[in-house]
Design a binder for this molecule. Structure first.
Ligand code: ADP
Ligand code: MG
Length: 236
């Protein structure tokens, strides 16, 4: 059974953290034990989105060998378990991304789903989450540059033995944009498993430190994110 999904994109700001938090929250709401882990250790903002920015122990301390994983697990909405990274640069410097695989193994033993929020780019800490997940999901915005970066991420994932399950087109608008679902499927060679619209309630919910699927459950982005979660959980 597929347990671990890494949400990746290549390009920054495509919506990886937003989708990680919201997909994780919905999966947990099905009663499935779900963890979200912030592997964007340099620019950690998963914790910020959930109001966990001031917690004492984070993934940084775990990856520095200073704390067990159990101390870096916090409860989020719908009972989703959250492993945030810290926001200090010092903490990032001390964290060894090579230990991520061990942390993952420990978490996987106690859950149905683990969602890993990956960093942008192809640095060492960015590559490891692509290799360790059962499946990688690419987040693409309707821009050519975003698709090109996603393609690089897909090639890299496969080079290091990972597997890309599909792509999510996020921030889709009704206008004719450079990139369509068809184009993404053709260029990336993977299925588009969801199309999440541009939705001002995404930002609004962030201000409340609450996932949009909780704060505005009938908002257009929430409806589409729920469909993707249902596909992942096989509850369609
Ligand atoms: P990443 O983790 O890939 O860097 P984020 O999830 O932090 O991206 O999102 C980047 C910005 O885009 C945030 O300000 C977020 O609120 C906004 N955003 C993401 N998805 C949407 C959407 N579907 N509609 C509107 N704004 C969005
Ligand atoms: Mg992010």
């Amino acid at each position: 059974m597929v347990t671990t999904y890494t949400i990746a994109s290549g390009k920054g700001g495509t919506g990886k953290t937003t989708l990680s938090v919201n997909l994780g929250t919905i999966l947990a709401s099905y009663g499935r034990e779900t963890y979200i882990m912030d592997a964007d250790m340099g620019m950690a903002n998963l914790g910020i989105l959930l109001g966990l920015e001031n917690v004492p122990v984070t993934l940084h301390e775990v990856l520095a060998g200073k704390a067990p994983v159990s101390e870096a697990i916090y409860e989020g909405p719908s009972g989703v378990k959250v492993v945030p990274s810290g926001i200090s640069l010092q903490g990032f410097q001390n964290a060894d991304p090579e230990l991520l695989r061990d942390v993952m193994k420990e978490i996987v033993n106690q859950c149905d789903f683990l969602i890993i929020d990956a960093p942008a780019g192809i640095s060492r800490d960015g590559v490891i989450p692509l290799a360790i997940a059962d499946e990688v999901i690419l987040v693409v915005n309707p821009e050519l540059s975003s698709m090109v970066d996603a393609l690089k991420t897909k090639i890299l994932t496969e080079l290091i033995g990972g597997h890309v399950m599909g792509a999510i087109l996020n921030r889709a608008t009704l206008e004719n944009t450079e990139v369509s679902v068809h184009k993404i499927e053709e260029v990336l060679g993977v299925k588009v498993i969801g199309l999440v619209p541009e939705d001002p309630n995404v930002r609004r919910s962030a201000a409340y430190k609450t996932p949009i699927v909780v704060k505005y459950p009938s908002s257009p982005a929430s409806i589409e994110i729920k469909k993707i979660a249902a596909k992942i959980a096989g509850v369609e």
